[in-house]
Design a binder for this molecule. Structure first.
Ligand code: ZN
Ligand code: ZN
Length: 397
């Protein structure tokens, strides 16, 4: 495999590392949705203090937006998305980065719509798809910084379905619903221009589920391969890359994209993962010892990923070599037998720590990403489930 590492990003990372000075402060907060109760808590990861608890209409899944400050509480059974200001974010000042903090808050502005599930921040905008509406609400979170409501543009499709929209520049990539069966997965992607007019014919992507971006590339997972979309001078190029014969039977249904290396990491079957190199257009497959519970492509270093398996072991996965490089037990077992949405751990990253929710014990588990040793546990109670981390390290002046 030959991966492209972006020079500009590498330089920025080196610059950031060299400016970690004594004056820098570190604040990480976890925004944690409970599995059973309609609440979202903001937890200070330094000591486990609950800084705030917000009520939602229904139990939520949390997702970060574009700026790193706001976390969205997607309530598929509550037909609503609430916006949580995590109150810790980084602000680039050119030669240095500032760490800014504020009281966590639930913003007055929220989004209403039928069954929000897929939520895609990309290219400075966010597209939240509402399955029952068969439409996405597209917005920028810039107005939230001043406490205002966003200007929302609605992108409609032909029918209610489990769909997705991704913004690319002033274009949008829109899922095409199955023509007869609204319960079936989408069958393709349509490119629309700034005026909402379809560009060319739709691109086939049977059983579309899972999307991610890495650099300027957007990828959608289909039953038979990946559909890649890349902006060009005069529009968007779309190409299909079929799964090769060296992969076992299966397909990607959850996809993550690299932040500093242009690669994609996907699930593949219950006990596999696959790495896609868009330059070689090659796939590498790795089988896990047992079934996978959750996985996380390191947001700070796409060369590694963390995978929790149902035996309660956390694995560090080398994405460039496509192999497990270290493993350690970090939670009790969480069998994948049962419903997909049963309470099981979810992973996030906070600086050098992998943070896991441990719903059985009501804990957050902080694991040293380098040694995979459990550094400490925070007993926060309840049934912690979906998690997003805000904050970072920067100058506080
Ligand atoms: Zn500054
Ligand atoms: Zn889905």
């Amino acid at each position: 495999m030959r991966f492209q590492i972006w020079p500009a990003v590498s330089v920025a990372v080196i610059a950031l590392m060299s400016t970690v000075a004594a004056a820098d402060e570190e604040v990480y907060r976890a925004v944690v949705a409970d599995h059973g109760k309609p609440t979202v808590r903001v937890i200070d990861l330094a000591d486990g203090t609950a800084l705030a608890t917000f009520e939602t209409v229904a139990p939520a899944v949390v997702a970060k937006g574009t700026s790193g400050r706001f976390v969205y509480a997607l309530q598929r059974d509550g037909d609503r998305i609430d916006v949580i200001d995590g109150g810790a974010w980084l602000e680039g000042h050119g030669d240095h980065t500032d760490l800014r903090t504020a009281e966590p808050a639930k913003l007055a502005a929220g989004l209403e719509g039928g069954k929000p599930v897929h939520f895609v921040p990309h290219d400075g905008r966010i597209a939240a798809f509402f399955d029952d509406d068969g439409a996405a609400q597209v917005f920028s979170e810039a107005t939230f910084h001043g406490g205002g409501a966003p200007e929302v543009e609605t992108v409609r499709t032909a029918a209610a379905h489990h769909g997705v929209v991704v913004t690319v520049g002033n274009h949008v990539l829109v899922s095409v619903p199955h023509p007869e069966d609204s319960d079936a997965l989408p069958i393709g992607i349509e490119v629309r221009d700034a005026a909402g007019v379809p560009v060319g014919e739709p691109h086939s992507c049977p059983d579309l589920h899972g999307e991610a971006s890495a650099g300027n590339l957007v990828a959608f997972a289909c039953a038979t391969g990946l559909l890649l979309a890349e902006p060009t001078a005069d529009g968007i190029d779309v190409a299909f890359v079929p799964y090769p014969d060296n992969l076992p039977g299966g397909k990607i249904t959850t996809l993550r994209g690299g932040s500093d290396i242009q690669l994609f990491l996907g699930n593949f079957g219950a006990d596999g993962v696959t790495v896609f190199d868009p330059f070689e257009r090659s796939f590498a497959f790795a089988r896990l010892p047992v079934r996978r519970v959750d996985f996380l492509l390191d947001p700070a270093n796409s060369g590694q990923a963390f995978i929790l398996t149902e035996d309660g072991r956390l694995h560090r996965f080398d994405t460039l070599a496509a192999r497990l490089e270290a493993s350690a037990e970090v939670t009790g077992p969480y069998s994948m037998h049962g419903h997909w949405s049963d309470p099981r751990p979810r992973l996030a990253k906070a600086g050098g720590m992998v943070v896991l929710t441990d719903p059985d014990r009501g804990d957050l588990v902080l694991v040293d990403a380098r040694t995979l040793r459990v550094d400490h546990r925070l007993a926060i109670g309840g049934t912690p489930y979906s998690i997003a981390v805000v904050g970072g390290t920067g100058e506080a002046h």
